[in-house]
Design a protein around this ligand. Structure first.
Ligand code: ATP
Ligand code: MG
Length: 457
């Protein structure tokens, strides 16, 4: 059953229940109040009559008291309106007067008022009056029926208002739900561009906002997945084409199958193997499954080894390679192999992209509570529009330049994942034409430096 109908039914049941309860309670309560009031009025008039009888007795004794009472009742019609019967007895219990309207006994007969009549404190008789105003009298009927009408009309009116408010509330609740439902169905059928247009500041607005954020993220992930597949296919195509061409030449006997001919094929195989390994490590790091052998590592030693690796290449390219570190050890809790890989890529990029006569500088310093490694160069820099993307997979700021140098655009993506897997962070600053600076922050450790030398140093 639709939510709208459920709400309708619940609302109607609630209104009927509330109306019924209100009617029953108010009807019973006002009826009871009315009876209390009538009883008090009856008692008051019985006492008034008793005082008059006492005054009469003082002057005449019981002589012709019956005529006096009949006269009194006639003279006070408001008193006799609800009057039913009257009984006057003397102290011996003899009935002096007994007046009754006759007919069927009224329902309120049991509500009688008995008053002792006294003259100067001396008891002279007992007066018992029964008044039918207490129940079923026209006055009571009138009052109760007008009250019933008022209650019924009140209930109908308030129910109608409640229903109108209910309809408005239902619309308020079901309309955003319906647009959410439509959007969810479209999403279920693969439409990732779907967005919900609910701008209210309530829980529905929150749900819609969360839904929109979720679809945003889903479409970004989907786009990234498509790009990744396209990028991987693209990266694989070039080495495969080269290898295929070379092998065909050998097969056709155009080129001999000797080491010199096989060398470019081997280069491409190495390139492919590296690409596959990079992708594997990246995907492991992205899902948080990268195995890390963290040990307390002296970052001064580690960075010295990285710089030493590039000395020859820097010299060949006519680049000045500088290094600055404190005298003592700087301990970080890292996997030395992974961090070496990060720094090799940073220094490698700097050396590779900096032109002849440029400078590449690496510094290591304490940055409480860890260690900070900076790699800066005086190279071409990275344009502002490229800078936010350089840590993306396969991103090359200037594809020709990096492809020519053999880069796949995975180095910085791997560096970022590795550093973050250690609980550290990496950031880049660059100015076009002036140079680039990468800063790596690694978590520190107070333990002694590790004896384990980093791999590949
Ligand atoms: P790989 O590292 O996978 O061999 P790559 O070096 O091209 O390939 P990244 O290390 O991820 O890939 O770098 C991404 C891009 O950022 C590079 O292609 C280059 O355009 C730019 N870049 C990185 N470092 C520098 C730098 N020091 N100076 C100028 N541009 C840089
Ligand atoms: Mg690189």
């Amino acid at each position: 059953m639709k939510l709208r109908y459920k709400l309708w039914m619940a609302m109607t049941a609630l209104i009927l229940f509330m109306g019924g309860t209100f009617f029953a309670i108010s009807h019973g309560y006002i009826g009871q109040l009315f009876r209390q009031y009538a009883k008090a009025a009856e008692a008051a008039s019985a006492e008034q009559l008793a005082r008059n009888i006492a005054a009469y007795y003082e002057q005449n004794g019981w002589y012709a008291v019956d005529q006096y009472i009949v006269y009194y009742l006639k003279e006070n019609p408001e008193y006799t309106a609800g009057f039913n019967s009257l009984l006057l007895k003397d102290t011996q219990g003899h009935i002096l007067v007994s007046v009754g309207k006759g007919g069927a006994a009224p329902r309120g007969q049991s509500d009688t008022s008995t008053v002792t009549i006294r003259v100067h404190g001396q008891e002279i008789g007992v007066l018992t009056v029964s008044n039918r105003i207490l129940d079923g009298s026209p006055v009571e009927q009138n009052i109760l029926s007008s009250m019933t009408a008022a209650t019924v009309w009140g209930t109908i009116l308030t129910s109608m208002v409640a229903l109108l408010v209910g309809v408005w509330l239902m619309r308020l609740m079901t309309t955003p739900l319906q647009s959410l439902l439509v959007a969810m169905k479209r999403l279920q059928h693969g439409d990732l561009s779907v967005r919900v247009d609910v701008s209210s500041n309530d829980e529905f607005g929150e749900v819609a906002k969360t839904f929109n954020e979720m679809t945003d993220r889903l479409s970004r992930t989907e786009e990234a997945r498509r790009h990744l597949v396209a990028d991987v296919a693209h990266e694989l195509r070039t080495p495969l084409t080269i290898m295929q061409g070379q092998l065909e030449l050998i097969q056709q006997g155009v080129k001999p199958a000797e080491p010199a001919t096989l060398l470019p094929i081997q280069d491409e195989v190495v390139r492919l193997a590296r690409l596959v390994q990079d992708l594997h490590q990246l995907s492991l790091a992205e899902v948080g499954k990268l195995p890390l052998e963290k040990v307390s590592t002296d970052m001064v030693q580690l960075t010295q080894r990285v710089v030493a690796n590039f000395e020859v290449e820097a010299e060949d390219r006519g680049i000045q390679l500088c290094y600055d570190a404190p005298a003592g050890p700087l301990i970080a809790l890292v996997d030395p192999n992974r961090i070496t890989q990060v720094l090799v890529n940073l220094v490698g990029n700097a050396v590779r992209y900096t032109p002849l006569g440029g400078t590449v500088m690496m510094t290591v310093e304490r940055a409480a509570p860890g260690v900070k490694v900076t790699v800066s160069d005086t190279g071409p820099g990275i344009a502002e529009e490229h800078l936010p993307h350089i840590f993306d997979r396969f991103y090359r700021a200037e594809s020709d330049r990096s492809r020519g140098s053999g880069g796949t655009g995975l180095g910085l993506a791997i560096a970022k994942e590795f550093v973050e897997a250690h609980g550290g962070r990496i950031e880049a600053d660059s100015k076009l034409g002036e140079g680039t600076t990468f800063r790596v922050y690694l978590p520190g450790n107070s333990a002694a430096p590790s004896e384990k030398p980093p791999e590949g140093s």
